[in-house]
Design a protein around this ligand. Structure first.
Ligand SMILES: *Cc1c(COP(=O)(O)O)cnc(C)c1O
Length: 381
């Protein structure tokens, strides 16, 4: 069975986990900042912890945070748990990104931040975002933080300018389903050294070291992942997932879509072993991106264009975390491909305002809804 995604891991990562990796977190932060054109980077145990910590460190509370309705639910959870209120915006079906006309209209005197997500690796219009924020700051006479969610879009660029290099901060997540991984992990990158220092200080006073037991558990998790995605074993992995509660148990505490909740270790610092894996992955990242771009082009030229199928665009600068196709009969398509030995994904199966814990927020997100119900994704890894 060809898996719907697979982390790009080989011997170099495998051997790394048996080393001591002293000070790997600091090294990873430095290399990460260099790779993604930032002046500094600050590491966290998860992407969601990074986002939450940023909102706490800059001290915004009871503010509205504008964000897309169609994105990972933990983004809304992080906003809520930081003491702020997510303000959802519908998307465009063309590239699955937040509709910036709607976003601009939603800005009001309570808006404190905007989270722009480069969904599925498609860059948002950075010029437009910057102009929008500047105009609103003048109008309301206060700072509006521009946060870029780059979790799907490592190294993507908008008209030649790397995403994450404008605005105040960029967020990256590094779990095994992302473009590059540090087992788990998250990273913030900055263009302003003072702001980076402030957030790092905040992290160092509020986060604690992970401890040796966790670092052993993470190594075991890494080994399990390393083998689970092996060609000869993946069929068994899938069987376990479908027929036993074993793998669910491993992943449940980490991700619940219908509860505003963080994993218990969200206040632990990133571990050196995680950073060491991340350092190896950074070296591979140009190759990983290139592979994804080629794969997306290949699908674009070779997938059958059946009635009602809507293939995603090929866009200059996109880095394709997923290759997402909307189809009228998603479960049938998934079943057909499964019989051909290809596993398809159903990434983001919800529009966040439809999730039970957010239903009281203003509704009406038809396009986010459509994307959540009809899309499948083909492997690009
Ligand atoms: C994965 C992801 C996150 C959060 O990352 P975690 O490390 O799982 O907390 C945030 N935003 C987007 C768009 C993501 O895909």
């Amino acid at each position: 069975m060809i898996p719907r995604f697979k982390p790009s891991l080989d011997w170099s990562e495998f051997l790394t986990i048996f080393k001591r990796n002293k000070r790997a977190v600091e090294k990873f932060e430095k290399e990460f900042a260099k790779t993604f054109n930032a002046v500094d980077a600050v590491a966290f145990p998860y992407g969601r912890s990074a986002q939450w910590a940023f909102l706490k460190a800059i001290g915004i509370e009871n503010g509205e945070v504008i964000m897309p309705a169609y994105t990972c639910s933990v983004v809304a959870h992080a906003v809520t748990l930081s003491g702020n209120i997510p303000r959802f915006i519908d998307i465009d079906l063309y590239d699955y990104n937040m509709n910036l006309d709607h976003a601009e209209l939603a800005i009001n005197e309570n808006t404190r931040a905007i989270i722009a997500t480069h969904t599925f690796g498609y860059p948002q219009n950075l010029d437009r975002l910057e102009a929008m924020v500047e105009k609103a700051e003048k109008r309301y006479g206060k700072k509006i933080w521009l946060i870029q969610d780059c979790c799907h879009a490592f190294g993507a660029d908008w008209k030649g300018k790397m995403i994450g290099t404008s605005g105040d901060v960029a967020i990256y997540a590094l779990n095994i389903s992302k473009l590059i991984t540090s087992i788990f992990g998250g990273m913030l990158t900055f263009q302003d050294q003072k702001l980076a220092n402030k957030v790092r200080d905040w992290r160092d006073t509020h986060f604690k070291s992970g401890g040796w037991l966790k670092s052993i558990k993470r190594r075991l998790y890494f080994l399990a992942v390393y083998f689970a995605f092996h060609k000869k074993i993946y069929g068994f992995t899938l069987w376990l997932q479908q027929n036993t509660p074993l793998l669910n148990k491993l992943t449940k505490a980490y991700h619940l879509d219908n509860k505003i909740h963080f994993p218990p270790d969200y206040l632990d610092k990133m571990l050196n072993v995680e950073a060491a894996v991340g350092l190896k992955q950074l070296k591979k990242y140009p190759k990983i991106i290139q592979f994804r771009r080629e794969k997306a082009k290949y699908y674009n030229q070779n997938l059958p264009r059946k009635e009602g199928w809507c293939l995603p665009p090929i866009i200059q600068g996109a880095t394709y975390s997923h290759y997402t196709v909307r189809v009228p009969n998603r479960n049938e398509v998934i079943y057909d491909y499964k019989n051909k030995g290809i596993e398809l994904g159903k990434v983001i199966q919800y529009s966040i305002p439809d999730l039970i814990e957010y239903t009281s927020s203003n509704n009406n997100f038809p396009l986010a809804n459509e994307a959540s119900k009809n899309s499948i994704n083909f492997t690009v890894s």
